[in-house]
Design a protein. Structure first.
Length: 340
């Protein structure tokens, strides 16, 4: 059984089914893995061995972002998710704090880095002809170091609600464990299409969107960014059967005008966290799917709280057995009924 993202990707490397879709473009799994290997070859060839092998990505949910994630996994280096809403010195601080050697960006986001003090970090515009040339000339069959399950897959920044954002380690194990668990829970197969509109610099999209797609061999269908008005059109165009969310997206979609044929779509599962009880019920009714809300978004910590069968309204669920010091029979264990 695969326990690294590297292994999951390589298991799909010879498949000619669609691996990634973005708008009207698509890449087979064979093409996706090959293009990601080429990018890994370019990046690793430019590393300074005296510095941490960290590569920042300042991108929205584009094919380059998906390939950057895969390239890091295949090349055995650490991808750093840079929040595209950060500006000025705050963004520069994140780049420096994460010890990035490179920052991959595009023409949309390149101006955000103008004039910033990045301490020698090399900025690469992935829309530039030079990047295209380097990737085109790079080998697509190079072998890289074998990654271990507890090796860091990504550094993902916290939201900063209690101070400056902190770069948190997300291991290969976390992504593969979460992805495999969701595949088994929802019976996802390579016939499914995983729609990802939550930002891939955030843990929710990585472990609940990217992870299940790679673990099942399903198609990863990307939206550059979340759009409430464009949601249903995307689901129908891509044939999306599964989606992930975090926070209020369900509420934003439900705020759009309802139409009689809203349930005429392929969506089967919506999985996420922090939706209201009302939105969970209404979204499932309106779009003809099952909504599974796991309660609390804390994938960057050892504390995992999930809704279970019988969870009462307004409860975020129960802690997983083994969270922190909680054990079955522990007098401090949350009783049936969950956390309110």
């Amino acid at each position: 059984m695969a326990d690294t993202v590297q292994q999951l990707l390589l298991a799909n490397a010879d498949r000619d089914d669609v691996g990634v879709r973005f708008g009207d473009r698509c890449w087979t799994w064979r093409e996706y893995v090959a293009e990601s290997l080429a990018r890994a070859a370019v990046i690793t060839g430019g590393f300074d061995s005296d510095r941490p092998p960290h590569v920042g990505v300042l991108l929205e949910n584009t094919p380059e972002m998906a390939m950057a994630l895969a390239a890091g996994a295949l090349g055995g280096y650490v991808t750093v998710g840079l929040n595209a809403t950060r500006r000025g010195e705050a963004l520069a601080r994140d780049v420096r704090k994460a010890d990035c050697q490179f920052v991959l960006t595009d023409s949309r986001h390149l101006p955000l880095l103008d004039g910033l003090s990045l301490d020698g970090v090399r900025v690469i515009d992935t829309d530039a002809a030079e990047w295209s040339r380097l990737v085109a000339d790079a080998p697509r069959d190079r072998e890289f170091r074998t990654v271990d399950s507890m090796d860091t897959f990504m550094l993902i920044f916290t939201s900063g609600t209690s101070g400056e954002p902190k770069a948190v380690r997300v291991s290969n194990f976390m992504v593969t464990m979460s992805g495999t668990h969701l595949v088994e829970r929802f019976s996802l197969t390579d016939d499914d299409v995983c729609y990802v509109s939550m930002p891939l610099f955030h843990s929710n999209a990585v472990v609940a969107g990217f992870g299940p797609a790679v673990a099942s061999g399903a198609t990863l269908a990307l939206a550059r960014r979340f759009s409430a008005t464009g949601f249903l059109d995307d689901v129908r165009r891509y044939g999306a059967t599964y989606m992930n969310y975090v926070g209020k997206p369900l509420a934003y979609v439900l705020a759009t005008p309802e139409k009689p044929d809203d349930a005429d779509n392929p969506l089967r599962i919506a999985f996420g966290n922090e939706a209201s009880d009302r939105d969970i019920v209404e979204f499932g009714r309106r779009f003809g799917c099952e909504v599974y809300d796991c309660g609390s978004d804390r994938p960057k910590t050892p504390i995992i709280i999930s809704r279970t069968e019988g969870t009462p309204p307004s409860s975020i669920g129960q802690p997983w057995v083994g969270c922190g010091r909680l054990r079955p029979g522990d007098p401090h264990r949350v009783p049936a009924g969950g956390v309110r």
